[in-house]
Write a protein that binds this ligand. Structure first.
Ligand code: HEM
Length: 372
């Protein structure tokens, strides 16, 4: 007897677990919306702080603003990895639905879903590689990460609009059987919590001992402060007594290290180095106020100042300091850190340290200030 073939079961209907249903997808979706929304806002904040358009005004206070926003961006991004994996596991039967495309509208919807999934995975993976200092890709990470963020947010807004009815249904109604779902969601939340607890100490010093997954930890490094770019990596050899600080402005000036110590009042500021990679750590900096030097050189109050490092090249060889930052009494040209002269890796003999500013803009090995 010839056996007739079984009718093809549409793959999506083979998955009967409540963990693959719209409620779990909606709860995980809401959490993802919150975390990707936060990452987008804090990522833009960081981007515009490093590449400020002319109309942008950055206050120098609160002192720890950048530290908090960038910590949220990186640590929140890491904690999103288990969330995203759980969401994709929950909805993957939908991705196998048959027929894969039913109409032109459906084809567009599916293409947008693919874009959303691809962009989400790309952002989390490249962000993770970046903080691990591993660049297995041929493109420049910040540019790719920045533009993909817009694609992701566009696709996410359309996705939420498409799924909004299901989200509302989920929030408004209580299902009969919730135990399995609740356990699953709690497990995902615990995984996100575990990632947070083992990384947040890279910026929240009281939990530093628990930060086993963090690439940098407060307190670990020369003078008890982490270093990203060492003097060797920057091509800086030991700086001798011939070092001079040049100031170019209405009045051109030159100072030796001794001049800085004797001609300007000494000040102390407790400020963090807050890295774009999410770690941050506070130090006690001693030095002279940038505003004292600039005013001595006749800088107008609305001047912008270019701080130049002795580094030969590199993206962060110079940085700009705008009036809110150089007027701030906490902004120093630091000569000492945590009780001793600056280590060469921290920018000896002189570095910039200012409140609410990304670490890459706290220029090290300073040798020239140009008032514009
Ligand atoms: C970057 C974040 C997100 C990714 C990667 C993602 C991914 C997906 C995917 C692949 C599907 C299956 C689509 C299909 O073929 O039907 C889906 C469904 C769904 N998503 Fe998202 N999503 C994200 C964020 C969100 C957000 C923010 C919400 C709501 C606030 C949400 C709510 C839903 C809902 C309700 C479903 C329908 C589940 C069902 O019909 O069973 N998602 N999501």
């Amino acid at each position: 007897m010839v056996r007739r073939p079984e009718p093809l079961t549409p793959p999506a209907e083979r998955f009967t677990s409540p963990l693959h249903d719209e409620r779990v997808a909606a709860w995980l979706g809401m959490a993802l919306g919150l975390s990707f929304g936060t990452a987008f806002a804090t990522g833009l904040f960081s981007h515009f702080m490093q590449h400020p358009p002319d109309w942008m005004y950055w206050p120098s206070r609160p002192v720890n603003l950048y530290r908090v926003t960038q910590g949220l961006h990186v640590i929140g991004g890491l904690a999103t990895i288990p969330l995203l994996l759980a969401k994709l596991w929950t909805v993957y039967p939908k991705l196998l639905q048959w027929p894969p495309v039913r109409s032109v509208g459906h084809a567009i919807e599916r293409a947008l879903i693919l874009l959303l999934v691809g962009a989400s995975l790309f952002q989390l993976a490249t962000g993770l590689f970046n903080i691990a200092y591993w660049y297995p890709f041929p493109f420049f990470f910040p540019t790719a990460h920045y533009w993909t963020a817009y694609i992701l947010m566009g696709a996410l807004v359309i996705h939420v609009a498409n799924e909004w009815a299901k989200v509302r249904r989920t929030v408004m109604t209580r299902p009969e059987d919730t135990i399995g779902r609740r356990r699953f969601l709690l497990t995902v939340a615990a995984a996100g919590g575990a990632v947070t607890v083992t990384t947040v100490g890279e910026t929240f010093t009281p939990l530093a001992d628990l930060a086993v997954l963090a690439p940098r930890r407060p307190g670990v490094g020369p003078q008890a402060l982490p270093v990203n770019k060492t003097a060797q990596a920057a091509g800086i050899a030991r700086v001798g007594p011939s070092w001079r600080l040049q100031v170019q402005g209405p009045v051109d000036l030159t100072f030796s290290l001794q001049d800085l110590h004797t001609r300007f009042p000494a000040h102390t500021a407790r400020l963090p180095i807050a890295c774009v990679e999410g770690w941050s750590a506070s130090g006690t900096w001693e030095g002279v106020r940038l505003r004292d030097i600039l005013r001595t050189a006749g800088a107008p109050e609305d001047a912008r100042v270019r701080i130049e490092s002795m580094e030969r090249g590199g993206l962060y060889r110079t940085s700009w300091v705008d009036p809110p930052h150089w007027h701030d009494p906490l902004t120093l040209l630091a000569l000492r850190l945590n009780g001793s002269p600056l280590d060469l890796d921290h920018g000896h003999p002189c570095r910039l340290i200012a409140p609410n500013r990304p670490g890459v803009q706290q220029t090290k090995w300073v040798h020239r200030l140009v008032i514009t």
